[in-house]
Design a protein around this ligand. Structure first.
Ligand code: ADP
Ligand code: MG
Length: 612
């Protein structure tokens, strides 16, 4: 059996009070007994003195003292009245042999007086012995004995019987109020102890409930215990610990939960969790873009039509999982579909088993395959470029020599024409033809140079380059092109932006191409914004944004293709070059465009520090 602190406290207080009461009662009763005995003795002695006095009067007046004693009515009355005194049972006068001469009870006259213990002994005994005698089961009678001397002769004795039984009754009567007082004192003690326990234990209850709440995982539990005592100290200690715990927990939460959640939320794949009843429990933002936020908490059958691939696949998974029994932990299933925008999608479902092996839910993942397609086309493009590079390098060499020869011979031709007809009167138009041919040959030479530049990646000389400084360098060229189209140029490249790891001349070429394209896209004026900023994953982002004509959806996929141009005088080399340069720098390029609104090219390049 377990006692609560409250019970223990009550028992302890009651025991202390009880002990005090019992001790005091014992002292009280022994004192009472002693006083009672003394009183009885005094009373007996008083009585025997009175009797002796009377006996002496009777005896001196009579020649036969014993018969005078026996017959004196005064003495008899005195003896008989004695029994009305408290605790006195009898009184008698005996001769020296112990034979009763006169007695309060006349029947005993002439008999031998029974021997009885002397009260004086009891009065002088210890308190414990006194109580033992008074409360003995066969309580008897003691006597006060007084010898009678007449003319120096032992004449007999006076005996007064004192009943300890009567004494006991007297004691008991006196004891009753003491016992009642003790009982009341004990009851009051119990009550006070209970109230004190309530008062003292309140902080313990407060602490206990605080600990319980903390154990349940509540955050920021604080206790309101008045300061000033040990419980107050305990309370402020508890509050400190609780706060520390909350901080630790929130740090833990920040360290473990949030990244997982943000990972799922930022996933390009659409992810949903469906319970066995077919209700969607969770949908990440990518999924919610397809279903709308209200689909969470609703059955799939409400959100999707009967032949929607998501619903079909999830229901099939639930079905197969049920039929396969609980020992299987997951059933992957895959299917492909196309969504509203015609993008290819890969669907995956995982049946999730609980700790008991039962089905807890189905995870649905819908992956957009168009990014794979983009990657694949990039790969194919790179391969094409490599083979094209080899081819063009060869051709360029083959073409360059004849071109050089043609230039030399054109110069010779011009000299000869001048020599044949210094006035140029007959062949005046011939020199114009030479000039046109020369111009075309130069253009051809430029194209070949371009080819060679485009296909020679080993010339790449990487070093830390500040994009801001590079932009400032190309600004005059860009500005002259911009002025022609009434375009305003805005540059925002903070010097705090990290340098990139790049080949300076190539990067200059790429930025120039993008800026010139942008100006050309704004024939009626606009704003060209060039900006740089540090980007995640150790990169720097360069944006070239215009407010020009934009690029139509059908052209968007082709602008990086070699020779693709929509301009009458265009070569279609600019963006191919940019793409190639960015690729050689291990960077990324993408484009966003709204026809009629403008275009933004975004180039990501590795930081110099990262590369080092
Ligand atoms: P070119 O400039 O010789 O036409 P590019 O490779 O530089 O060749 O550009 C290819 C095509 O991409 C352009 O003809 C044009 O249609 C489109 N283009 C490039 N930049 C932009 C832009 N900033 N705004 C609109 N269209 C653009
Ligand atoms: Mg161009």
């Amino acid at each position: 059996m377990q006692f609560t602190i409250r019970v223990k406290q009550i028992v302890a207080v009651t025991a202390i009070v009880g002990l005090a009461v019992v001790t005091l009662s014992a002292l009280h009763i022994t004192r009472l007994a002693r006083v009672g005995l003394h009183e009885s003795q005094a009373r007996g002695e008083l009585l025997s003195n009175a009797i002796f006095h009377r006996v002496r009067q009777v005896v001196t007046a009579s020649p036969d003292p014993y018969s005078a004693i026996r017959t004196d009515p005064g003495l008899l009355a005195l003896l008989q009245s004695s029994i009305y005194g408290e605790s006195v049972t009898d009184a008698s006068v005996t001769d020296p042999q112990g034979v009763v001469i006169a007695d309060s009870d006349s029947a005993r006259m002439g008999q031998h007086a029974a021997p009885r213990p002397d009260l004086a002994e009891l009065v002088n005994a210890s308190a414990l012995d006194q109580l033992r005698v008074i409360y003995a089961r066969d309580a008897g009678t003691h006597e006060v004995r007084q010898p009678m001397m007449l003319d120096d002769q032992a004449f007999g004795s006076i005996r007064i019987g004192i009943s300890t039984l009567l004494l006991r009754q007297e004691l008991n009567a006196a004891l009753r109020p003491a016992l009642i007082t003790a009982g009341v004192a004990l009851a009051v003690a119990i009550l006070v102890a209970a109230l004190l326990a309530q008062l003292f234990l309140r902080p313990i209850h407060v602490l206990r409930s605080g600990l319980t709440r903390l154990g349940r995982g509540e955050f920021g539990v604080t206790l309101d215990l008045p300061p000033g005592d040990e419980f107050g100290e305990l309370g402020s200690f508890f509050n400190a610990v609780s706060q520390q715990l909350s901080e630790d927990r929130s740090q833990q939460a920040a360290g473990s939960q949030t990244p997982l959640q943000s990972a799922v939320e930022n996933l390009e794949d659409a992810v949903a969790l469906v319970n066995p009843a077919g209700v969607m429990l969770f949908a990440n933002p990518a999924m919610q873009r397809e279903t709308g936020p209200r689909a969470v908490g609703q059955p799939l059958s409400v959100t999707f039509g009967a032949d929607h691939p998501y619903r079909r696949l999830v229901e099939a998974t639930l079905e197969s999982r049920r039929s396969q029994g609980p020992e299987q932990t997951h059933v992957p299933a895959a299917g492909a579909t196309s969504d509203a925008t015609g993008e290819d999608r890969l669907l995956i479902t995982h049946a999730i088993a609980g700790a008991d092996g039962g089905l807890v839910g189905v995870l649905l993942v819908s992956r957009n395959l168009s990014s794979f397609a983009r990657m694949q086309s990039t790969l194919a493009y790179s391969r094409k470029l490599v083979s094209l590079g080899r081819l063009t390098a060869g051709i360029a060499h083959e073409v360059k020599n004849p071109l050089n020869a043609m230039m030399i011979h054109l110069e010779l031709l011009r000299t000869k024409i001048r020599a044949a007809d210094p006035a140029l009167s007959t062949v005046g138009g011939a020199l114009d033809h030479v000039a046109v041919i020369e111009g075309e040959v130069r253009r051809l030479d430029e194209v070949v140079q371009g080819f060679l530049k485009f296909t020679r990646p080993d010339d790449l000389r990487l070093q830390p380059v500040r994009v801001g400084a590079l932009v400032q360098e190309i600004l005059p060229v860009v500005q002259s092109e911009a002025d022609r189209h009434k375009v305003t140029v805005e540059v925002s490249c903070p010097t705090s932006t990290q340098p990139v790891n790049a080949d300076e001349s190539m990067l200059r070429q790429a930025l120039l191409n993008l800026a010139i394209n942008a100006c050309q896209a704004m024939p009626d004026g606009g704003v060209l914004r060039i900006s740089c900023a540090d980007a995640p994953r150790g990169r720097v982002e360069i944006r070239i944004a215009d407010t020009g004509v934009g690029i139509s959806q059908e052209h968007l996929g082709r602008i990086f293709d070699l020779y693709f141009t929509t301009k009458a005088q265009g070569t279609g080399l600019g963006l191919s070059m940019v793409y190639r340069i960015v690729q050689m720098h291990d960077g990324e390029i993408d484009v966003e465009s709204t026809p009629g609104r403008g275009t933004t090219f975004r180039v990501l390049l590795p930081r110099a520090t990262e590369a080092a």
